[in-house]
Design a protein around this ligand. Structure first.
Ligand code: KG4
Length: 338
């Protein structure tokens, strides 16, 4: 009989459910929450309530689109953390209830493991997947990490941000430019028409493989302040150049440490993941870097860059093969390392 894993993701503001059958993705349903837009950021309590509304229809749709009945599910994998605790509670409690009802195991998944293992989600049996060991640059709204991936469950964080995440740098700078939340995709769009060399922003000098983005943010703010002093229409007149220069600086910072990590570890493959890996500039820069250094590049399809349950089901599938189930006492956690 096929191993059918239902994955549930509810760590932030996307309610998602997916079904993976013998390692192949059958369905991946995502309900995004628009309710946060007017607040300029995710409001945790509103997120929990939206998850409660979404979870039943989303899970139902994922099983239906997979062409299965819920009695065909072998186990339920759910994101246990890190994330917003109220949001995680919805997915965790739902997974427990459903598993009790169906008498099937539950498997807890570390959200960050999920992002890394999203590279193993195959839609067709011959889709390319990375060989171990490889480096994963995980860049999202909450994390910026360089991870050495030795196997499905053996990962080491070589570097991480000591302040803001790459996504926060995009979002916070976009916010002061008056762009809607989340600003990352808007910067991406504007950057395509701007001059990346027009403005110079500060780059960090942090030893080792750690990242820092708060200095860049401050220097971006100073540029806006000085520009606005001279011309109240400064932002409007320079939107595209500001976006392009900001994006180019973030890419430089990311690639600088990535190059160091490749040298240090001697890996032959590099993968990127997380929301910021949807950025056109980042994707092109990593692909070009890998080509120049003879490395294999794994750039995820855009639908697997943001939070999705396909990656949770995938991580759950590997744990299922090892019989790594969890018990009903397992509570969600807001923060955790890999
Ligand atoms: O992984 P993710 O969906 O969840 C969180 O960790 O919150 O990442 C969301 C982040 C946001 O900061 C968003 O602005 C950023 O990913 N993002 C982008 C792009 N698409 C999403 N940043 C730059 N360019 C994009 N195209």
């Amino acid at each position: 009989m096929a191993i059918n894993i239902l994955g549930i993701e509810s760590s932030c503001d996307d309610t998602s459910a997916a079904v993976i059958s013998d390692g192949i993705l059958l369905s991946n349903v995502i309900a995004s929450q628009q309710v946060h837009e007017e607040y300029g950021g995710v409001v945790p309590e509103l997120a929990s309530r939206a998850h409660q509304q979404n979870i039943v229809p989303v899970v139902d749709a994922a099983i239906r689109r997979a062409g299965l009945d819920r009695r065909d599910i072998s186990a339920i994998a759910f994101t246990r953390g890190p994330g917003l605790i109220g949001s995680l509670l919805v997915g965790t409690s739902f997974a427990k209830g459903m598993s009790l009802g169906l008498r099937i195991p539950i498997i807890d998944v570390n959200h960050l493991h999920g992002h890394v293992l999203s590279h193993f989600v195959r839609e067709k049996a011959d889709d390319r997947v990375p060989e171990f060991p490889f480096l994963c640059l995980l860049i999202s709204g909450g994390n910026s990490q360089l991870i050495l991936v030795r196997s499905y469950n053996d990962m080491e964080i070589l570097g991480r941000t000591i302040d803001d995440a790459a996504g926060e740098a995009f979002d916070k700078c976009a916010k002061v430019m008056g762009l809607p939340y989340p600003g990352g995709p808007h910067i991406d769009r504007l950057a395509a028409e701007g001059d990346p060399k027009r403005f110079k922003f500060a780059k960090p000098h942090i030893p080792g493989l750690d990242y820092s983005f708060s200095g860049l943010k401050t220097s971006f703010l100073y540029t806006l302040r000085d520009g606005l002093k001279a011309d109240p229409g400064f932002i409007e007149a320079n939107r595209a150049d500001l976006a392009a220069s900001l994006q180019a600086t973030i890419i430089d910072i990311l690639l600088d440490k990535l190059a160091k990590a490749v040298k240090q570890t001697g890996v032959r493959a590099v993968a990127i993941g997380g929301g910021v890996s949807a950025n056109s500039g980042v994707r092109a820069a990593v692909a070009e870097f890998c080509e120049r250094h003879g490395l294999e590049a794994f750039i995820p399809q855009r639908k697997f860059t943001t939070d999705n349950a396909a990656m949770v089901a995938m991580a759950g599938y590997f744990k299922y093969l090892d019989k790594q189930y969890c018990d009903y006492e397992s509570a969600p956690y807001a923060r955790v390392e890999i």
